[in-house]
Design a protein around this ligand. Structure first.
Ligand code: SF4
Length: 334
C-alpha cells in the first residue's frame, strides 16, 4: 500500500462526507509556522517573496490552524519547520486530532529530532531532495547537504519513521539524474515514497530555471516510462501523472490545498498571494476561486505543482467509477 491503512480509510471517509455536501473542500492544509530557513535554495520563491523571514506563528496559532481547517492532511512546511520552537508540541497536538502530518524538511536538523518525535503511521518526514549529490547541493547552494540529508533519511528509516522525499524539477534538471535518484531511494534506501513536480515560474525566481508546460511534459513522460518499468515509488496519482505528461488536462483546484502562514490565510494558493485573510472561513469566501488555473490567469499557464493539481486529480478520481477504481488500484499497490 502507498499509505498506511488507517490514513487511507480516514481520508476516504472524509472525502465521501464532503462529496455528499457538494461544496468546495480542502484535502491538505499547507501550514507555514515560520518563514525562516537555515539554507537559501536558488529555486525557492519563499525567501524571495517575503523580505523579512522572521515572521512566525505562535504554537497556539499553529495548532488552531488545523482546528479551523478540516483538511485531514497537514503539510507542515515553510521556511524550515525544524527551526520552529515548539514544533514537537504542534506535531503531538495534530496527531491527537487526528491529522496526517507531512513534516517537510531540508534534513539539516532532522537527526537531532529523531529522539524528540516517535514513529507514528500518521507522521511522515518529507525530505527535500532535488536530485543526486551534485545537483542537490547546487540547487540548495549548500555543499555537503545531500550527504547530510541521505544520512538522516537512513537513520530515520532505521528508527521506524515514515520518510518520503520531495523533488522539484527545473529546466536544467537532467531526467537521468532524477531517475538515478528514484532508483537509489527506492532500491538502496527503501523510501516510503517520492513526490516529484515541476518548478513553478515564480516571478521571484530566475525564469531561466523553470519550464514551460511543453518542456516539463517531455521530462515527465521519460520519468513515467522508467517508473512503470522499474516500479519506483513515485507518489503521483494516475490522473496527476496523466496531467504531468500531457495526456489529459486538469483544472486547478487551489482550495484543495489551503495555505496558512504567519501573515494569515493566503489565497489563492501556496504560490500566489492575491489576498490574505484572518480566518479559514474568510479565505474560502474571500477568494474568487474560479478566476484561477490554466486558461483563467496568465500566471497559471505553466503551473503543474502538487498543491493545485493533486487535489484536482483527487476530485476527478471520485467523479467516475472507472477513475475511482484506477486510483484505488494505484493506492493499494507497493
Ligand atoms: S495553477 Fe493553481 S496552484 Fe498553480 S499558480 Fe495558479 S492557482 Fe496556484
Amino acid at each position: 500500500m502507498k499509505f498506511p491503512l488507517r490514513s487511507t480509510v480516514q481520508i476516504g471517509k472524509y472525502v465521501a462526507q464532503q462529496q455528499r455536501k457538494g461544496e468546495r473542500y480542502p484535502l491538505v492544509l499547507m501550514l507555514e509556522p515560520t518563514l525562516a530557513c537555515n539554507i537559501a535554495c536558488i529555486g525557492c520563491g519563499k525567501i524571495r517573496e517575503y523580505e523579512s523571514n522572521k515572521a512566525k506563528l505562535t504554537v497556539e496559532e499553529t495548532i488552531d490552524s488545523a482546528v479551523q481547517c478540516p483538511a485531514p492532511v497537514v503539510s507542515i512546511c515553510g521556511g524550515e519547520p525544524l527551526v520552529f520552537k515548539g514544533i514537537e508540541e504542534v506535531v503531538a497536538a495534530m496527531l491527537e486530532m487526528p491529522k496526517n502530518i507531512q513534516l517537510c524538511t531540508n534534513a539539516l536538523r532532522l537527526e537531532q529530532f529523531l529522539d524528540v518525535f516517535q514513529p507514528d503511521p500518521r507522521l511522515t518526514f518529507v525530505v527535500h531532495l532535488d536530485g543526486m549529490r551534485e545537483i542537490h547541493d547546487y540547487v540548495c547552494d549548500y555543499p555537503g547537504l545531500w550527504d547530510i540529508a541521505v544520512d538522516a533519511i537512513k537513520k530515520a528509516r532505521a528508527k521506524g519513521f515514515r520518510v518520503s522525499t520531495n523533488t522539484t524539477i527545473f529546466k536544467e534538471t537532467e531526467v537521468s539524474d532524477v531517475i538515478e535518484m528514484m532508483r537509489y531511494l527506492t532500491d538502496d534506501i527503501g523510501i516510503d515514497g517520492m513526490l516529484v513536480a515541476p518548478g513553478y515560474q515564480y516571478s521571484q525566481i530566475d525564469p531561466e530555471l523553470t519550464m514551460t508546460r511543453d518542456e516539463h511534459e517531455v521530462k515527465f513522460r521519460a520519468i513515467r516510462a522508467e517508473v512503470k518499468k522499474k516500479g519506483y515509488r513515485w507518489l503521483a496519482t494516475p490522473i496527476y501523472q496523466d496531467f504531468l505528461t500531457g495526456e489529459r488536462k486538469l483544472p486547478c483546484a487551489p482550495w484543495g490545498s489551503i495555505t496558512r502562514n504567519p501573515y494569515g490565510w493566503k489565497g489563492p494558493c501556496y504560490l500566489l498571494t492575491d489576498g490574505i485573510f484572518p480566518t479559514y472561513e474568510a479565505l474560502l469566501e474571500g477568494i474568487e476561486w474560479e478566476n484561477y488555473g490554466p486558461g483563467n490567469d496568465h500566471r497559471c499557464e505553466h503551473c503543474g505543482i502538487h498543491s493545485g493539481f493533486e487535489p484536482a486529480a483527487a476530485f476527478a478520481s471520485v467523479s467516475s467509477v472507472r477513475e475511482s477504481a484506477r486510483s484505488m488500484a494505484w493506492t493499494l499497490t507497493g
